[in-house]
Structure formats: C-alpha cells, structure tokens
Design a protein around this ligand. Structure first.
Ligand code: F6R
Length: 369
C-alpha cells in the first residue's frame, strides 16, 4: 500500500498535489464561483457572523493560523486561532454570531471535540473541516466541509495539512462571495491561482534531491531553528514540529520579526536556521525585512537554509543553501514552502534510522484529553 515508497509518510508527501486537487474538485464553477452547498448552514447566519474562531491541535492548528491571514484579508472578519485544549478551559467570548471552525484530520481528537461541544453550548455555529468520513467531530458539528486528502496513515500529518489550508481557503472565499467583501473577478482570480497549485507542489517534490541530501548530511545535528513571517510563520512552526516528532531533536519555529526580541541570542556559529522568505513580489517591505534577518544571523556564523521563490536572487549572498519554490501569490505560498520542510524532517529521521511512520510516544489520533 506504500505504492513503492519507503514509508507511508513519503507516499503521503507525494500524494499532496492530488490532495489539494481533490479538495478543490466540484466546489466551484468554471466561472470561478464557489458552490459550497454541502455546508448547509443558513446563509443568513453566515452573513451575520462577526467573528471566526478556529480551534484545532498541532498541525491542524497551524493550518488554521495560515488560514487566518487569508480569511481576514478576504472577508474582513476577525479570525482567532486557538488550541482546542486552551479554548475549552478559559471563558471564551462566543455567541450566536460566532462561527467556530474545528479543523481535524482524524475527526476524533478529544481536545477538539470537547471544544466543539463547549462552543455549541455557548450558541456558536460550528463548522468542521475534517478528513475522515464518519468520524465524531463532523457528527457533533452544525456543518462539515471535508478535506479530500484520502486516508493518512503516517502519524505525522502532511497531505492533510495542505488539504486543510485548501478547504479553509475555500471557506474564506465562499464567505467573501456571500458577504460581498470581494468582487467576483477577484475571487475567480484566487480560484485560478489555487487550481495551479497541484502542479507547483509536484514540482517542489520533483526538485527535492538537494534538500534530501542536506538532510542526510545533517543527521547528527542536535538543534534546528525555523523562521518565517506572515503566512511563513505558521509554516516555520510546522517545519519545527515535523522535525521534533520524527527526528527527536530540538527544533523551534519563530516569527522572524521576533528575532531581535530574544531568539537571536540562540544564534551561534554553526547553528542551522531555516528561513522562509516571502515573495519579493508581495506587499510592503516584508521580503526585505526577512532578507535582513538572514543577513543578521549569517553575520553571527549560523548556517542559513533558505526557502525562497524562484528568481529571488536577493537571498543568494546570505544563504548557505537555497531551496527554490515556484512563484505563487503570497497567501498561497505555504502550500509550496512547507513541502521542503516535510521532506527534510522525513529524510533526516530516516537517516537517523528512525521509523518515520510510527514516531515514539505518538498515536495517529489522540482520543484522550
Ligand atoms: C503532527 C500531527 C498532530 C496532529 C494533531 C491533531 O504531525 O499529526 O499534531 O495534527 O494531533 O490531529 P487531528 O488533525 O486528527 O485533530
């Protein structure tokens, strides 16, 4: 069933273009209108919501953090993202105008399920973004938007993450369409960009020889840091999580802007640091700010492993290694920039002789609180 791959994780990384394609399938017209009739929540309710809270754990929560940037931008609705176990045990401000989005691959995560129950008790509408049909979370929610990633067997989540981002983006675009916060042609343009993603993801996988080689060379490393900004920030944290859970080494993700507020003290000669660089074609000065971060950490002797967009030559003078990914609009970049990080963790753990499908102490679905 591994389809000739050495591990399920490897197979599932290769399944990612298909997972994104299938999650988009049948949910929009050729003219670029969203058709999410499956959601079956009264449109009037969706027009009146004044806040969205995404609840999830682990990788699914990072997908939620990515989606926050897009949904706020498209819909002008405030979006909070909260770990389900934290949400459940404070006194969250939730009411009938709150849309709670529960994101879960398995649909069985007990922390997330308890948060769903809590939100519904407070009168919120709960929409589940879930991969596993027939699971508990969708059954207990008001509505469900399935990710069509197919069964995910490896404990570490990969294709479900990309499918979760894709589904949350469809939801954001649907709300923008319903509430009129974006013009139809703007929505159609994002949809075209989303449709182009599977091919770009496939290209990152096909071009992954160098990142695999570097990962094997780094098998003995004891710590890796990850920096990102804007949507690259949750990608950095996801890259760190993959490495922790698979390779059992210290890994930490930071917001690049936070560097000077503390983490830069960790930078010492030889410290490997991944930096996810935003597109130079994107808004504001984000790109140049992150390039300055690379320069600062390089100047302190760290080893810079840079993920940048094809054609971004500005990073070259400060990068020990560059992994180029295809050009994409800023909001869609996580769908390509996380892939080298998944491959890096998978390959490094394999080089350490570890079982990437069954990391120690972890289970595929966490059905206890
Ligand atoms: C990380 C990982 C976990 C899950 C988390 C939520 O690779 O797999 O962090 O993402 O336990 O699980 P689901 O999505 O099933 O609710």
């Amino acid at each position: 069933e591994k389809g000739g791959f050495p591990s399920f994780m490897d197979k599932e990384i290769h399944d990612q273009p298909q997972a994104v394609h299938d999650t988009l399938l049948g949910r929009m017209t050729a003219a670029g209108r969203l058709t999410l009739d499956e959601i079956r929540v009264d449109e009037q309710v969706l027009r009146q919501i004044d806040k969205i809270i995404v609840i999830a754990c682990g990788t699914a929560a990072y997908a939620g953090q990515v989606a926050k940037y897009a949904i706020e931008h498209w819909c002008r609705i405030p979006v909070e993202v909260e770990l389900a176990h934290e949400f459940r045990y404070r006194d969250p401000v939730v009411n009938a105008k709150t849309l709670v989005v529960a994101v879960s691959q398995s649909g069985e995560t007990m922390d997330t399920l308890m948060a769903v129950r809590h939100a519904r008790e407070q009168g919120a509408t709960v929409l589940a973004i879930v991969n596993t049909h027939g699971s508990t979370i969708p059954r207990e929610s008001d509505a469900v938007l399935y990710t069509h990633a197919g069964p995910e067997v490896a404990v570490a989540s990969t294709k479900a993450f990309l499918a979760q981002i894709t589904a949350a983006y469809l939801l954001g675009l649907y709300l923008a369409q319903l509430r009129g916060t974006k013009f139809p042609d703007e929505i159609a343009e994002v949809i075209d960009d989303l449709r182009a993603m599977p091919e770009k993801i496939a290209k990152v996988i096909a071009d992954s020889g160098r990142v695999r080689q570097i990962a094997r060379w780094m098998a003995d490393t004891s710590s890796v840091l990850f920096l990102g900004r804007h949507v690259g920030y949750p990608v950095a944290m996801e890259g760190a999580l993959k490495l922790k859970e698979l390779a059992y080494i210290h890994a930490e993700g930071f917001a690049a802007g936070e560097l000077k507020h503390g983490p830069i003290a960790l930078i010492e000669p030889g410290q490997p640091v991944f930096i996810i660089v935003p597109s130079p074609r994107g808004r504001d000065s984000l790109h140049s700010k992150v390039v300055s971060n690379i320069q600062e950490i390089r100047a302190r002797g760290a080893r810079t492993l840079v993920i940048a967009e094809e054609g971004d030559d500005a990073v070259l003078p400060f990068a020990d290694e560059v992994f180029f990914v295809p050009q994409t609009p800023t909001l869609l970049a996580p769908l390509v920039s996380v892939v080298p990080l998944q491959i890096f963790a998978c390959e490094l753990a394999t080089a350490r002789g570890l079982d990437v499908d069954q990391p120690r102490n972890l289970a595929k679905s966490v059905t206890v609180e």
